[in-house]
Design a protein around this ligand. Structure first.
Ligand SMILES: NC(=O)c1ccc[n+]([C@@H]2O[C@H](COP(=O)([O-])OP(=O)(O)OC[C@H]3O[C@@H](n4cnc5c(N)ncnc54)[C@H](O)[C@@H]3O)[C@@H](O)[C@H]2O)c1
Length: 323
């Protein structure tokens, strides 16, 4: 199949390279001219173990290329993935301006039947807006809009893409579902579970997943606070509860609170959506507040350990990670 990725950052580059490795012909589009120049020189602009080999192999095989021009990449594509950033706005909602700009940028170049796929993390209803933008700009276009949220973790992204726990495909039109199935067939043959849903459901799944994981992290951090006060060991508590298959060991390591590029913005965006529809989420709001408090207390502990002032002190940080 012929595929274009709009946005060649973490998600666009990793999934574009992996789709090429699965045998599809992929063109990655990027507005940042320096990124394109680096990629064309064979340099990988992000740190992701194994990605350089996959990119080199597929560029050499003629299955993967990079361009700044949607006009070059989009015509005749079976699927066009929107993989641009959705950072938080000042009010906490996701900034969808890049997604909408990408939709406007591809609308005029669609030819033949195309599935426009939202891979960016976007609030429920964004797919409807993307569809309206394209329909408005190009009333004759033959297309559907699907949602295919990405769950990869930075630093483990290739494995997460090639061996995911599941693939979520949110498509209202049967034709779009078929295209998406063909695209992912090699992973389906490896028995990856595919969750077929409506577009709105798929959009919500991504936020619900991240909010749940943020909740697990925050939960064990609160247990860690209790442990500290009663002389119990939180790592043993973690193992003791995590070995219960209903709970699971992952995301149960107590620490300084969650951060990174996704959990803070996705929990914020989910609570925003929940409030907008008149169903504020008490749990996720509590998770965000508890996490903010955790980070503040960590800072206080560091200050106390430095003799109540960090002025002029050099602080070493151990265990810095992606997320
Ligand atoms: N990074 C992760 O771990 C991760 C995991 C899952 C989902 N996501 C989600 O995926 C989306 C993308 O995240 P990312 O980390 O890849 O972002 P990123 O900032 O690394 O990449 C986005 C890229 O899109 C480019 N871009 C913006 N507008 C464009 C346009 N109109 N045409 C072409 N290129 C354009 C930017 O220059 C940038 O290089 C976000 O919604 C994010 O929440 C990220």
């Amino acid at each position: 199949m012929k595929v274009a990725m709009i946005g060649t950052g973490y998600v666009g580059l990793v999934s574009g390279a992996c789709f090429a490795d699965l045998g599809h012909k992929v063109v990655c589009v990027e507005i940042d001219a320096t990124k394109i120049a680096r990629l064309r020189r064979g340099e990988i602009p992000i740190y992701e173990p194994g990605l350089d080999d996959i990119v080199t192999r597929n560029v050499e095989a003629g299955r993967l290329s990079f361009t700044a021009s949607a006009a070059e990449a989009v015509p005749d594509c079976d699927a066009v993935f929107i993989c641009v950033g959705t950072p938080p706005r000042e009010d906490g909602d996701a900034d969808l301006s890049y997604v909408y700009a990408a939709a406007r940028g591809i609308a005029g170049h669609l030819s033949g039947y195309t599935v426009v796929v939202d891979k960016s993390t976007v609030p429920v209803g964004t797919g409807d807006e993307v569809e309206a933008i394209i329909r408005d700009a190009n009333p004759d276009a033959d297309f559907d809009v699907a949602s295919n949220p990405e769950f990869l973790r930075e630093g483990n992204a290739i494995d997460d893409f090639m061996r995911p726990d599941r693939i979520v495909i949110g498509a209202n039109a049967p034709r779009a579902r078929e295209t998406m199935q063909t695209l992912y067939r090699p992973l389906m043959l490896a028995e990856t579970p595919i969750v077929h849903t409506s577009r709105a459901t798929a959009e919500l799944i991504k936020y619900a997943a991240n909010a749940f994981l943020a909740m697990k992290v925050t939960f064990i951090n609160e247990i860690a606070d209790i442990c500290e006060n009663v002389g119990a060991d939180v790592q043993d508590v973690s193992r003791g509860i995590g070995l219960d298959s209903r709970i699971g060991l992952k995301f149960l390591q107590a620490g300084a609170g969650f951060g990174g590029s996704c959990f803070p913005k996705d929990t914020l965006a989910l609570t925003g959506t929940a409030r907008k529809v008149g169903r504020p989420t008490q749990i996720v709001e509590a998770v965000m507040a508890a996490n903010a408090e955790r980070k503040r207390r960590m800072a206080e502990k560091v200050i106390a350990a430095c003799g109540d002032s960090i002025e002029g002190k050099t602080i070493g940080v151990l265990g810095v990670t992606f997320k």
